[in-house]
Design a protein around this ligand. Sequence first.
Ligand code: CMX
Length: 134
Amino acid sequence: MKLHHIGIAVKSIDERLKVWQDFLGLKLENIEDVADQKVKVAVLGVGGVNIELLEPIGEESVVYKFIEKKGEGIHHLCFEVDDIEKTLSEMKGKKIKLIDAVPKIGMSGKKIAFIHPKDMGGILIELMESGKDA
Ligand code: CMX
């Protein structure tokens, strides 16, 4: 397992890119709409880990709700795993509250699943299965 990205909730990717690109000098690698998750995502690489800026698509987006409640900031950590079904089944066995018991398709066609912050010390965790981008 390794840390894949840190997801950061932002109101506007266009506005916040200057912090990461201009102030810190990170390289923008990709911008993609993940319709299923109702977010637009900007990926910036740094030291083998990504920073992902998450802009809500519409008021139904959980990221919109998050920003309304807590303001912009760190939204989740994502860990890359070899076999997401196996990891989910192990977590289920430990009675950890899962948001997605069955993986969904996330950015670049990768299998993803979220673990509820309740059992994770208040941190929302995403799992992503490693492998080639779709
Ligand atoms: N990190 C930590 N805690 C969070 C959180 C987050 N990102 N989002 C919500 N919470 C907490 C709230 O503070 C609240 O805690 P309390 O009960 O102690 O007040 C609790 O979770 C419930 O919050 P809520 O505002 O009522 O929100 P919901 O229960 O409707 O949804 C969650 C919360 C985590 C289940 C929902 O955001 C979810 O399903 N997330 C997974 C999907 C996702 O985040 N998609 C966007 C990113 C997609 C991507 O990166 O591709």
